[in-house]
Design a protein around this ligand. Structure first.
Ligand code: HAM
Length: 423
């Protein structure tokens, strides 16, 4: 049997890859405009980085990591996310010594051993940003408005931006206690996952999708009721700034994220047209993470979005650009001698950066013209034995059908002029 790709992974083929390139161009231009620079870190890291960074009690660390021993008996893990890696790089590469804040972005594959379904993969791709070294509410607002700005540029509609504050370790401890008190008498009504969460991470019960859990938690104390003075005023400021930037958001006091490192602002963006996996972006502030992994106390905030999900939303909403023609022209050489001469012309044209293709299968004139049309070419440059004998070439406009003859010595010049007019 032929070998198949691993479950939960995808081959991105020509025809689809152009959508990825379009999206990547959009993010690079937004990041440039907002002053973010790209970072690339390894695909795998010491397992301990994620255990300490993402948190021992999270689903990611408990169940979803691709962990293996390398030949030196070291435990390594394929990166399930990039925030912890970026913080590691910030410390290891001493980015704290540069002017602060450091504003970084990344694009690349992440790996989580999850149950694959529509919109959920084992190898998926994230675009994310991280800002390190600034604790002001305006940074939170900038990061969220970057997401908003990108989606506006892409023309994405039907967005729900949910924001919340999960507080600092002090107010979170208070919330945790109040929540456990509230739920204690009804603990056995919760789903098995939430019963387990009750002790290790009760806040996560608040965003369980199970309907029974949702009814049990109705009226439960939310982060809003327990925020300390500092967290509360930070949050109010973020909201005021978002308002002024024209970001349409909802405060969702039940929003708690699935990773342990968050403090204060947390947010998520949803689109409902792409099925159950509707979260296209998630992020928040993590003021203790750099310290947690051994660096100097450094505030941080960022987000990551699932590229497969954003593209799915753009596809449903018909917001992806039409495929562009693959070639400007096709050189059609008929016969061995014409092929040699044609190949020289092709090389000269390509040398000038003009996208011209040539038949590689020895097809007939008719089939080569068909193929030129399929490639969306504007012109066919035809060179048969007869033309060759007269030192000319036929230029056929594939839109109008009009044919003209040029001398071989003028061909490159003429084609180049047509190309310049077209671009
Ligand atoms: P996350 O919520 O785990 O956060 O992931 C962010 C986004 O990645 C999700 O909203 C979703 O769009 C996408 N995603 C996650 N898992 C999958 C999957 N299995 N298949 C397809 N897409 C998926 C983080 O990863 C944090 N590092 C975000 C962050 C950055 N927080 C602060 N800075």
């Amino acid at each position: 049997m032929a070998i198949q790709r691993p479950k939960g992974t995808q081959d991105l083929l020509p025809g689809t890859i152009e959508q990825w390139q379009y999206f990547e161009e959009a993010i690079r231009s937004v990041c440039r405009d907002f002053g973010y620079e790209e970072i690339r870190t390894p695909m795998f890291e010491a397992t301990e980085l994620f255990q300490r960074g993402v948190g021992q009690t999270t689903d990611i660390v408990k169940k979803e990591m691709y962990t293996f021993k390398d030949k030196g008996d070291r435990s390594m893990t394929l990166r399930p996310e990039l925030t912890a890696s970026v913080c590691r790089a910030y410390v290891e590469d001493k980015l704290y010594g540069q002017p602060q804040p450091v504003k970084l972005y990344y694009v690349g594959p992440m790996f989580r051993y999850e149950r694959p379904q529509s919109g959920r993969f084992r190898q998926f791709h994230q675009f994310g940003v991280e800002v390190l070294g600034a604790d002001q509410p305006i940074v939170d607002a900038e990061v969220i408005s970057l997401v908003w700005n990108l989606y506006q540029r892409l023309g994405l509609k039907g967005l729900e931006v949910h924001v919340n504050s999960v507080g600092c370790p002090v107010c979170r401890a208070r919330h945790r206690e109040q929540l456990q008190d509230f739920l204690a008498s009804r603990k056995n009504e919760l789903c098995s996952d939430c019963q387990e969460r009750f002790d290790r991470n009760p806040l996560r019960i608040l965003d369980c999708k199970n309907t029974t859990c949702q009814s049990v938690t109705e009226g439960a104390p939310t982060t809003k009721d327990t925020l300390c003075e500092d967290c509360s005023s930070h949050f109010e400021r973020v909201l005021a700034l978002l308002e002024r930037a024209g970001v349409v958001y909802k405060v969702n006091p039940r929003l708690v994220r699935g990773l342990d490192y968050y403090t204060k602002t947390a947010f998520e963006v949803m689109v409902d047209e792409i099925g159950a996996q509707s979260a296209i972006c998630g992020g928040g502030r993590y003021d203790k993470l750099v310290e947690e992994i051994g660096g100097p106390p450094t505030p941080g905030i960022g987000f990551a979005m699932g590229i497969e999900r954003v593209l799915a939303a753009l596809q449903v909403q018909n917001k992806l650009p039409e495929a562009e023609p693959k070639q400007f022209g096709m050189l059609i050489a008929l016969g061995e001698k014409a092929q040699i001469e044609g190949f020289a012309l092709l090389s000269a044209l390509r040398g000038q950066g003009i996208p011209v293709g040539m038949d590689l299968l020895g097809r007939s004139l008719k089939n080569q013209l068909k193929s030129a049309n399929r490639q969306g070419a504007s012109y066919a440059f035809i060179l048969g034995e007869e033309e060759l004998a007269q030192n000319v070439m036929v230029i056929k406009d594939l839109t109008s059908g009009e044919q003209t003859e040029v001398s071989l010595s003028d061909a490159v010049n003429e084609i180049s002029k047509k190309y310049q007019r077209g671009v």
